[in-house]
Design a protein around this ligand. Structure first.
Ligand SMILES: *Cc1c(COP(=O)(O)O)cnc(C)c1O
Length: 392
C-alpha cells in the first residue's frame, strides 16, 4: 500500500468514545465528540456517534459542512468563535456555536433570520487560560443581550482551559462556572441546557471525584482519538492509545558517520564541537517530513531513533534493526502530528473497522491485505501546513 499513510482503527476510536461516555454518565456529564484533529472525518464522527456522544464539535465550518454532506445527523457545534464572514454558512450547517462577541451574535441572528432558522449560542467564559472567553463580570449582562435576539437561542455557558496557558481545571474555576450559570439563570429567568466544563484536560479533575456542580457536558477530542490525558500526557486506563498509526517508507539505507564534516554554516565552532561523534551508524531516510506530519510529535518503535526532519525527509538511526529501502516504519503520532497528517494531502488515510457505514456506499474502497481500507476520495486541495502548532 502507498505511503505515507495514516492507518485509522475506527473500532478503537469507537471503544474509546464509548468508555468515556459511560464513565462520565454517572457524573451527569455528556460528551461532545471533537473531530477537529481529523479534518472532520465523517467515518470518525460516525464512530463517535455510534459510541453514544450526544453531538459533534469541530473548529472549522468546512469540516462541519463535510460531515453534514456525508449524512452525519448528530447536533453539530462550531467550537471556535465564528468568523463574521462565515455567519451564513454557520447557521446553515451548525446547530450551535461557542461565542464571546455580541456583535458576532448579532450577525448570526441576522443570518438565521435570513435563512428562516434559529441558531444556538453557548457563551464562553474566561477563567484564566486567556484564550477565548467573556470576563466573568460581564457574563450576565451579555446573556441578557443575547436573549433579545429573536433568532438566537441561548443554550448555555462554557469555558476552555489548558489550551493556551496550560491553566488546569480545578475545584475553584469549575465552581466559578457553576456559580455563573446560576447567576445567569436567576438574572434572566431562563434555564440553561448546557454547562460545558471544557475539554480532555478536565478528565483528571472529574475522575478525581470532583463535585461537578452544574457542569453537564465536556468537549472531548484528544482523549477519544488518542486515549490520552493532555495535562499529564499519560494514556488513560482502559483506552486504546494506538487508534492512529503513521506509516512511512524507507528510501535510503546506509552506514554513515554520525558526525557531519566540512565547513558547517550557521553554527558556531562551540556548537559544532557539540555534534557528538558516535562513530558509524545505520542511517535510513524515510519519505515523510514536515509537509506530512509534525516530526517532533512522533514516537518511533523501540530501537529506532529519530535524528532529524526536513520538509520531505525523516532521518533515523535504526540501530540493529534492518530497514532496507521499501521497508515500512510505524510511528504513533501525538495530537499535533495527527492533525498535521490528517490535513496533509500527501498522507493517505486508511480506515479499518467501518462497522455500519454512516453513509452506505458513499465511499468506494480498496481492501489491503492487512484489513485496512483505503477510501478513494478526491484529495483535498493542498493547504498550507506551515505554522500549524498543537491543536487544543
Ligand atoms: C480543541 C478544543 C476542544 C477539544 O480539546 P481536546 O483537548 O482535544 O479534548 C474543546 N473545546 C474547544 C473550544 C477546543 O478548541
Amino acid at each position: 500500500m502507498t505511503a505515507p499513510r495514516l492507518e485509522i482503527d475506527l473500532e478503537k476510536i469507537q471503544h474509546n468514545a464509548r468508555v468515556l461516555v459511560q464513565r462520565l454518565a454517572p457524573h451527569g456529564v455528556s460528551v461532545t465528540g471533537v473531530t477537529k484533529a481529523c479534518l472532520g472525518s465523517p467515518e470518525i464522527a460516525g464512530a463517535m456517534v455510534r459510541a453514544g456522544v450526544q453531538g459533534i464539535g469541530d473548529s472549522r465550518i468546512e469540516n462541519i459542512e463535510a460531515m453534514r454532506r456525508a449524512g452525519i445527523q448528530a447536533p453539530m457545534t462550531l467550537i471556535r468563535s465564528p468568523m463574521p464572514s462565515q455567519t451564513d454558512r454557520i447557521v446553515a450547517a451548525a446547530d450551535i456555536s461557542l461565542n464571546t462577541e455580541v456583535d458576532v451574535i448579532a450577525m448570526l441572528d441576522t443570518a438565521a433570520r435570513r435563512a428562516g432558522t434559529t441558531h444556538g449560542v453557548v457563551l464562553m467564559v474566561e477563567l484564566g487560560d486567556l484564550r477565548e472567553g467573556i470576563m466573568p463580570s460581564d457574563v450576565v449582562a451579555i446573556a441578557q443581550k443575547v436573549l433579545c435576539f429573536p433568532n438566537i437561542v441561548l443554550k448555555g455557558i462554557g469555558t476552555n482551559l489548558a489550551c493556551r496557558s496550560g491553566v488546569s481545571p480545578d475545584a475553584e474555576n469549575m465552581a466559578e462556572l457553576s456559580v455563573l450559570a446560576e447567576s445567569v439563570e436567576s438574572a434572566t429567568g431562563v434555564p440553561l441546557d448546557i454547562i460545558s466544563g471544557g475539554n480532555s484536560a478536565n478528565l483528571s479533575w472529574i475522575f478525581g471525584g470532583a463535585d461537578t456542580g452544574r457542569i453537564n457536558e465536556l468537549r472531548l477530542g484528544e482523549s477519544i482519538l488518542l486515549g490520552c490525558e493532555p495535562l499529564i500526557g499519560e494514556p488513560i486506563d482502559g483506552l486504546f492509545s494506538d487508534a492512529f498509526t503513521l506509516v512511512a517508507e524507507v528510501v535510503e539505507s546506509k552506514i554513515k558517520p554520525s558526525k557531519p564534516w566540512g565547513e558547517i554554516a550557521g553554527f558556531t565552532t562551540e556548537v559544532q564541537a557539540q555534534f557528538g561523534d558516535r562513530g558509524q551508524i545505520t542511517q535510513s531516510i524515510l519519505a515523510i517530513g514536515h509537509q506530512d506530519t509534525y516530526p517532533d510529535g512522533l514516537s518511533a518503535p523501540p530501537g529506532i531513533a529519530i535524528l532529524d526532519a526536513t520538509s520531505d525527509h525523516l532521518v533515523i538511526d535504526s540501530g540493529d534493526i534492518h530497514t532496507p529501502v521499501g521497508a515500512e516504519i510505524r510511528f504513533q503520532p501525538n495530537y499535533a502530528a495527527l492533525v498535521r497528517s490528517m490535513t496533509s494531502p500527501f498522507v493517505t488515510k486508511a480506515m479499518k473497522g467501518q462497522g455500519e457505514s454512516v453513509v452506505p456506499g458513499k465511499i468506494s474502497q480498496i481492501e489491503a491485505p492487512n484489513g485496512f481500507i483505503t477510501p478513494i476520495v478526491p484529495q483535498p486541495a493542498p493547504r498550507s501546513a506551515i505554522g500549524l502548532s498543537a491543536p487544543g
